[in-house]
Design a protein around this ligand. Structure first.
Ligand SMILES: [Zn+2]
Length: 187
């Protein structure tokens, strides 16, 4: 788990003991208290996200972190809570099983804005903030991990709010080619 480019999805699964060693508390605007696990990211991702959001401010855009790191244990809780209320076929479409959430890497961040009440909804893509994020995230080492039209490759619905740190050379390469991380790992 030490590099920034590895793949985590429904087939590439992390173990409970895969815990990043360099998690830090994010200092940029965040919809979570400093004590909350989801306020954390790996150091390089936290620094880059801070620079990205700061740059957004210079365009007049207010963006907030909503959810960063999520441990295997926390994902397990969420998954099992949902199973108590909803049939498994439905839950499996929307909630990652423990070990399959990219948030466990500490490199994924959900971003939103006051304009959409900090919700993680597809409508975010239509806002000026959402459009700005899609264009500028790759300049800071992030990709929009679950793009529209690639649902059958990523295995996830379009999520315009979910960015993943992969480092600047790969983020630029992927944004230029329009490839997903899955496609990159197949080369
Ligand atoms: Zn996410």
């Amino acid at each position: 788990m030490q590099n920034y480019t590895y793949l985590v999805n429904r087939e590439h699964i992390l173990k409970a003991e895969d815990i990043p060693e360099d998690l830090v508390v994010c200092e940029f605007p965040f919809c979570a208290e400093e004590s909350e696990e989801k306020r954390k990211l790996r150091k390089a991702a936290a620094d880059a996200a801070g620079r990205l959001l700061e740059y957004g401010k210079s365009f007049g855009y207010t963006l907030y972190g909503v959810s960063g790191y999520r441990s295997y244990e926390r994902q397990k809780e969420i998954y099992h809570q949902r199973l108590q209320e909803t049939p498994a076929e439905v839950v499996n479409q929307y909630v990652a099983k423990p070990g399959t959430s990219e948030h466990q890497t500490g490199l994924a961040l959900d971003v939103s804005s006051p304009e959409v009440d900090y919700e993680l909804e597809e409508i975010f893509a239509e806002t000026p903030e959402g459009k700005w994020l899609a264009v500028y995230a790759p300049m800071f080492g992030f990709i929009l991990r679950y793009p529209k039209g690639k649902e059958n490759i990523t295995g996830y619905a379009y999520e315009p709010w979910h960015i993943r740190y992969v480092g600047k050379s790969l983020s630029l390469y992927l944004s230029l080619t329009g490839m997903t991380l899955e496609e990159y790992h197949q080369i």
